[in-house]
Design a protein. Structure first.
Lengths: 336, 336
DNA sequence: CTGTTAGCGCTTTCAG
DNA sequence: CTGAAAGCGCTAACAG
């Protein structure tokens, strides 16, 4: 900036004013400064500027477990879009589910003075946030509530979606409905299981533990679990899956075994509507999640009159998409 | 930091030394400082530190067109992993293919003093980089070479992969092989088309323009184009697709029309091996792309003896995965 | 309208 | 081993 000032034969202060768009600069000098900026290819140091002004850095930190999972990728995009709209940049860290890395990322982010953090928690407990978070750094968790810590969060209607999907299967005549889910320790896993159970109970059916497989994290283990269900003497005629990897795993099992069953599951995916079995998808809008998360952060950033709103919980609604054939006529084998 | 110093009853300088891990501090004072840091929950301001030291910011900027596309998501993950290994953070911008946003992102990144930029160019020309890039900010483009600008790049073996895949289709007896591709203006689109043509020529076959559809960017248009191919009097018995969206679109068309054909295409995808038609996939390692990109950047960052290596071009090799049935026996309809 | 002074939080340099 | 002084690039707050 000094160089620009020297070349334009003005003080650095005048350069600063021109760059900020301050009107109180004579056209003549303004032109000289602009010419000098041009010639030198000068670019104002955003960091020094923010530093001096003491305001935010204009960055939001995002911590996800697996960017390769379409769900998180889509989520990241939604958040990026939402914060970009407010002129903020996104700093992304992938933890691969490692809670140590999650914690380290929080540390690093707070050291970098991000304006806020969006966190998809990996572990079962986020109490560590209390020690890591400096006062005034807002965090919003996404997809899972912050266990052991007070913070805003944006959730999907896990219970409702699972309840509705299972209900649709029941309405279509299915009576033996399998369950393929991520571990019960994961919030979404337990909530979606609750929804599944509630729908069955409401239909006057009990939970057949033989039909329930919980704990699959990846597609391969989901496929194995699905194969076990299909090997039962009385296999399920439909399977509810708590996430895309389980749904995909279930479909793989069906194909490999040459079997058929109606599939229902959370998260839409690319070929859901052209598979060889009916697929019911519990869908929701990742952009909305991003938007709401950004909103929650923004409200904590701008110091409005109210000092500190209590932790808020936003729930994004789900919709059911019936792909392929309709819900699937109750198959010919008469369960129970 | 001053507060910590005050609480520990030492000078700020001593606090700085402790935090940096400088050994030249008496154990007694060190302990006092550490206690104060603990009590105050103090976190050193990384920005101010970098600022003063005048070195890098420890951040890399990544610009992609569509994070929701599994290809870019996987790429982003590969790059994140590679730079994280060197202790760098990733700042991500999604341009949605908008070159104005791409350019704005470059400006913003340079203002933020990122240490390097990884760019997946959206437009046909990146000559603008010359005016936007301050001296010393290294850029490496990925997936496409930097048109109109000198810079390192990491490419996939587009030609070779397309050539090999088409060759496999020919070897399996296919003679009418359709082509579904992104626009010729896109580097990958034209390279992969070249590979397709080369394989056909080598087999003594000409290019039948009726079988070639170029210009599909999304799944829906790819499906429409595929449907046109299938509606031909002599439809192709196999289709080569230049990217995952075209492959998926082609499969959708097959399913909706109740037809069959062997599919071949760039980019592996989730259910490729359990579809109802044989699928040949041109695969490559996104992690390798990220690693190589990070390497290229690093070499430009650390001022080694050699002042400025010339722009380098790294090509990542591809492999063919035969999914589903094998390449697919030449179907019964005898093309030409 | 323009320039000078001072300081954001930290660290380098140089004296103790 | 410890601290005081100076300054990274920029901009509020004041003078002129």
């Amino acid at each position: 900036m000094k160089e620009v000032a020297a070349l334009a034969e003005v003080s650095p202060m005048t350069v600063s004013r021109v760059l900020r768009g301050d009107t109180a600069v004579s056209p003549d000098r303004r032109a000289r400064v602009e010419a000098a900026v041009q010639r030198l290819g000068y670019r104002r140091n955003t960091l020094a500027r923010n530093f001096r002004q003491g305001q935010g850095t204009g960055t939001i930190g995002l911590i996800v477990t697996n960017l390769a999972n379409p769900f998180y990728a889509r989520l990241a995009l939604g958040i990026e879009a939402a914060v970009a709209e407010e002129g903020l940049r996104l700093m992304i860290t992938n933890t691969a589910g490692d809670t140590a890395r999650e914690r380290a990322a929080i540390r690093d982010f707070s050291g970098r003075r991000v304006d806020g953090v969006v966190l998809v928690p990996a572990g079962a407990d986020q109490a560590y946030l209390a020690e890591e978070l400096p006062a005034g750094l807002p965090v919003v968790t996404v997809a899972r509530p912050p266990a052991g810590h007070e913070a805003d969060c944006v959730l999907v209607d896990d219970f409702g979606g699972a309840y509705a999907a299972t209900g649709r299967l029941l309405a279509a005549g299915h009576r033996r409905i399998g369950f393929l889910g991520n571990p019960p320790s994961v919030y979404t896993g337990s909530e979606r299981y609750r929804g599944y159970c509630a729908a069955l109970h409401e239909a006057g059916l009990g939970i057949d533990d033989a039909l329930v497989k919980r704990g699959q994290e990846d597609m391969a283990s989901a496929e194995a679990a699905a194969a076990e269900l299909l090997a039962l003497p009385q296999p399920p005629t439909a399977v509810f899956c708590t996430n895309n990897r389980n749904t995909l795993g279930a479909y793989r099992a069906l194909r490999h075994l040459g079997r058929s069953a109606t599939l229902a599951g959370f998260d839409d995916f690319d070929l859901a509507d052209v598979l060889s079995v009916p697929v019911l998808v519990v869908d929701y809008d990742p952009d909305e999640i991003g938007r709401r998360a950004a909103e929650l952060l923004r409200e904590r950033l701008s110091p409005t009159g109210t000092p500190a709103p209590p932790p808020r919980r936003v729930v994004v609604r789900t919709t059911i998409i019936a792909h392929g054939a309709d819900e699937g006529p109750a198959p010919d084998q008469s369960g129970r």
